[in-house]
Design a protein around this ligand. Structure first.
Ligand SMILES: Nc1ncnc2c1ncn2[C@@H]1O[C@H](COP(=O)(O)OP(=O)(O)OP(=O)(O)O)[C@@H](O)[C@H]1O
Length: 297
């Protein structure tokens, strides 16, 4: 059984600054850190660390060698990643000030240059029963979902970041929907303050009765609902240092565990343990723990 994570790969340039740059101003940065990111890359790494046989698809520029190295070091198969000669890799310019606040310029770059022929080529290497895992940071999402379903793949969607495009996706083709509370309320078009988690989950199930739904709730844990069972999972207590990639870690570990024939309850438990460890560490993909770290914790 193969898993394909088809999503965005980003180079994050993080500059430490005294204050955010103002209109017309030039400032110096005391430190530059370069990180590999993008929800596609983070989730592929989470799958690999969870012990899954995972392939990455997506498009980078010739400046994106660092992204391939990060993936390969984590054990992700990168042979289907496309290297564009025309576009730069997706990237983010992040200013990080003394108070720890961020201000970000995001450039989609090659992440927004996915071509249908490339999608067809990648999917020709996969078969019925393989899994495809998608987020919402690349173009041609509807085409990818439709084609993956035609191939007979199990479709996992994490509709993040949530925007109007998600409403145009062929959602009837989605088997697993993994999302946080804010994304769920946007998808249901309801104000979050008027509904509790249970009501949100039931409303999602009414709207998408054939999906297996995982609602993540930050430090309040997570909930699962399908036609057969409801499972509530509390989170593992940890001193939160950096919540970046908590959801990506959860998605990778949850689906990897389901594929390893663990029960939903067991999969949620492992995913919660893994994401709590990630929350307790600084960084995005670098904070995702290995399977051994998770079971020993
Ligand atoms: N403060 C925390 N302490 C322990 N576990 C946490 C904490 N925050 C998140 N988690 C775990 O991570 C899971 C996913 O978190 P969350 O619901 O915040 O996802 P998300 O909003 O998609 O995250 P992100 O966008 O930051 O990657 C939660 O269901 C929980 O198990």
């Amino acid at each position: 059984m193969k898993i394909l994570v088809f999503g965005a790969l980003n180079i994050d340039y993080t500059y430490s600054v005294d204050h955010f740059v103002q209109k017309g101003e030039t400032i110096s940065s005391s430190e530059l850190s370069v990180f590999s990111g993008g929800k596609g890359l983070n989730q592929a790494i989470a799958f690999s660390k969870a012990g899954a046989n995972v392939y990455q698809a997506g498009c980078i520029g010739t400046d994106g060698k660092v992204l391939l190295s990060t993936l390969e070091e984590a054990g992700v198969n990168t042979s289907y990643v496309h290297v564009s000669q025309e576009y730069r890799s997706g990237n983010a310019i992040i200013q990080n000030d003394k108070e720890g606040d961020n201000c970000i310029i995001l450039y989609g770059g090659s992440n927004q240059e996915i071509k249908k022929e490339y999608v067809d080529e990648v999917l020709s290497h996969f078969a019925e029963g393989d899994y495809i895992v998608l987020q919402n940071e690349i173009n041609e999402m509807s085409y990818i979902i439709e084609r993956a379903k035609e191939v007979g793949m199990v479709v996992v969607l994490n509709p993040s970041p949530m925007d109007e495009k998600v409403f145009t996706f062929p959602l009837a083709c989605v088997d697993y929907l993994i999302l946080n509370e804010v994304e769920a309320c946007q998808l249901l078009d309801i104000p979050s303050e008027d509904y509790n988690e249970g009501e949100i989950l039931v409303s999602l199930h009414e709207k998408f009765p054939n999906m297996k739904i995982v609602l993540t709730l930050g430090s309040l844990g997570s909930r699962y609902l399908d036609n057969e069972e409801t499972v509530n999972q509390s989170c593992y207590k940890v001193k939160a240092v950096d919540t970046t990639a908590a959801g990506d870690t959860y998605t990778g570990y949850f689906i990897a565990s389901v594929i390893q024939n663990k029960s939903v309850k067991e999969a949620m438990d492992i995913a919660s343990k893994a994401s709590a460890i990630a929350v307790g560490r600084k960084g995005a993909s670098s904070s995702i723990p290995t399977y051994n770290e998770v079971i020993r914790s």
